[in-house]
Design a protein around this ligand. Sequence first.
Ligand code: NOS
Ligand code: ZN
Length: 432
Amino acid sequence: MADIIIKNAYVLTMDPDKGDIESGVVVIEDGIITEVGSSTESTAEKIIDAREGVVMPGLVNTHCHAGMTLFRGYADDMPLKEWLEDHIWPAEAQAGDEDIYGGTLVACLEMIRSGTTAFADMYIHMDMVAQAVEESGMRAALSYGMLDFGDTEKADAELKKGTEFVREWNGKADGRITTMYGPHAPNTCSRDFLIRVKEQAVRDNAGIHIHVLETEAELDHMKENFGMCSIHFLKDIDFWGPDVLAAHCVWLSDGDIRILAEHKVNISHNVISNMKLASGIAPVAKLLSAGANVTLGTDGCASNNNLDMFEEMKTAALLQKVSTMDPTVLPASQVLEMATVNGAKALSINSGMLKEGYNADIIIVDMKQPHLSPAYDIASHMVYAANGKDVKTTIVNGKILMEDHEITCLDEQSILERMKRISKNLVSRINS
Ligand SMILES: O=c1[nH]cnc2c1ncn2[C@@H]1O[C@H](CO)[C@@H](O)[C@H]1O
Ligand SMILES: [Zn+2]
C-alpha cells in the first residue's frame, strides 16, 4: 500500500519524457514518487483529491539567508555596501542562537506557504538553522558563511567552523539536510583562503556556495587587486566546477559566460535582490544560451523582502525581456525549469520533476480563482499570473507540511509570536 495518492489533478511533471497530464495521479511511498500517470491500481490510506488544482514539483530557492527574515524591512533603499557594512553586519553581530533559530522557522513557514520545498542557505549560527530545517520538514543545502578578510587567524577559525558544520549535519534529517562550504565572496575572502576552502570541499566531497560579481564594486576591486575579474581569478585557482553554486553573477563579460558554462557552474539568479539593491542586471538569456545551469534564488529577506519564488519567476522573465528588448527570451516553460529542474540539479537533489524514483517534493496550486481563470497554458499561469499564496498543499519527502492552506508541521502561531519577541529584543540590543 502506498502512503499518499494525489488524484484528479492537472499534473505538470516537468519531465520532458512525459509532459503534462490533464487529469492524472501521483503516487507516493516512503518519501519517493512511485507512479505518475493517468490512473493507478495502487491504494493508499491518504487520498488527496486535487480537482481544480495543478500538481507540480516544489520550487527550489537556490540562494537564501533564511535567518534574515529577522531583518525584513529593517534597512531598505540604500546601496549594497552601506546596507551590508553599516546596517546588516552590525545587526547580525547582535543576533544570537535563539534569534537565528526563530528567524529561520519564520522563513520555513513562509517558504512552505509559497510552494518552496528546498533551498540553499548560507548564514551564521548554522546549527540553529539546521535544527529549524529539521523540525520544519523542509529540504535544504546548508552552509556556514565564512569570511576572512585576509586575516590568517580568522581564516583558520572560519574554516574550522565551516568544516565542523559540513561534517556534522550532512545527510541528517532523513537525508533532507545536505551541507556545503560557504566562502562569502571573492572580495571578502582572501585568495589563499579560497584555495584552502576548495581543497577542503574536494576532500569532503561537498559543494561550495559563494556570492560572485554581485556588484560593479567587486569587479573594480578584483581588477585593482588581481588584474582580473572574479571569474578569471577563480578559474586561475581551479575553483570552478559543477560542485560550485555561484550566486548573483551580474557583472559578466561574454568570456566569463563561456568560462561558467564550460565548467558547468550552477548559477543562482537573484533578480529581485539585484533590482532592489540596484546591483545590476545579470545576463541570464546569454548564460542560458551558452548552456549554463541557471537557477533562481530570493537572497535574504532584507534585500527582497519576501521569499516568494513565484514573484522571482515572473520578475526574472520580465526583466530579461525588457533589458534585452526581446520578448521571446526566458519563455514561461524555461523559467519554470530554472525554478525546479535546474535548482534541484544545483543542490544535487533528486527532486524538481514529478517522476518515478524522484523525491516526493510536491506542491498543489489552487486554480479555482479569478486571477487564474481561464487557463489555456498552465506554465504561463505559474510564471505570469500565480503567486505564492495560491499554493494550498506542500509535500516534502512524502510528508504533508501544509494541506489546504493549513500548516501541519510547525506551530505557526507560536513561531510568529516568538518572532515579535525576538525581533523587538534584537533591535533594542542593536540600538543600545
Ligand atoms: O546580497 C548580499 N550580498 C552579500 N552578502 C550578503 C547578501 N545578502 C546577505 N549577505 C550576507 O552574507 C552573509 C552570509 O553569511 C551574511 O552576513 C549576510 O548578511
Ligand atoms: Zn546573498
